[in-house]
Unconditional design. Structure first.
Length: 224
């Protein structure tokens, strides 16, 4: 259920792990435009923007699979390469941090809580965007798609953060806007907080085990 009151970060939390797109930042207008350009090139002219946006958080191949109905791996890989060539050179400049997310990350830093990112975006792209947004020093670790063998809902990225930062499952909270984030957190055995800032509703996120569902990071209280 969507929290109407202040959510208190549990006592003893040493690290907060975040998804990236539509959890911390929004580059969706550019992402959707680039997907649509590639779809148009290949004759898929009738895919609504809302469907394209709903796939943000999946791998590029899985996104194209959802949008086109095509399952041929080689073809989907070729679409991925076209998308990357079009999108990545201007991804950082077309992405903005949510102001409340930026404030929350800085509050976590001040409280001595580590911040990390686990995303299906490639690590270098995330780091370029963090640098562009002035947030590069705020994150102790960035785990992109190229750092793991399997994307979310695999728990591998979260487990990599736990090992690298030396924290226990009970000492972290994972924040994400997509059901695959909830599934990854559940498989990793860590608490999940849904962030209903994207296309997925609070009700959709609440269908999975969760500590809370939020739309505004400013409502989170960080315990001393």
């Amino acid at each position: 259920m969507l929290s109407e009151n202040t959510f208190a970060l549990p006592q003893g939390v040493k690290a907060c792990i975040f998804d990236f797109d539509l959890t911390l930042a929004d580059g969706s207008p550019w992402i959707v435009a680039c997907y649509q350009e590639v779809l148009q090139r290949h004759g898929f002219a009738d895919v609504p923007d809302s469907v394209v946006r709903s796939t943000i958080g999946l791998t590029v191949e899985d996104s194209f699979g959802v949008m086109t109905g095509v399952q041929d791996a080689d073809y989907l890989w070729s679409l991925r390469m076209e998308y990357k060539a079009l999108c990545l050179p201007r991804m950082a400049e077309n992405t903005r941090f949510f102001p409340d997310a930026e404030r929350f990350v800085h509050r976590l830093q001040a409280a001595g809580v580590l911040c990390a990112i686990v995303s299906t975006k490639e690590t270098a792209v995330i780091k370029q965007t963090l640098q562009h947004c002035g947030m590069a020093e705020a994150f102790a670790l960035v785990v992109g798609l190229d750092e793991v063998r399997a994307p979310k809902p695999s728990p591998e990225g979260i487990e990599y953060v736990l090992r690298t930062l030396g924290v226990e499952r009970s000492e972290v909270v994972y924040f994400g806007d997509n059901p695959v984030d909830a599934q990854a957190a559940e498989r990793a055995g860590v608490p999940y907080v849904g962030v209903a800032k994207g296309i997925h509703t609070a009700e959709q996120l609440a269908a999975h085990p969760h500590r809370d569902i939020l739309t505004d990071y400013d409502t989170i209280c960080i315990n001393p």
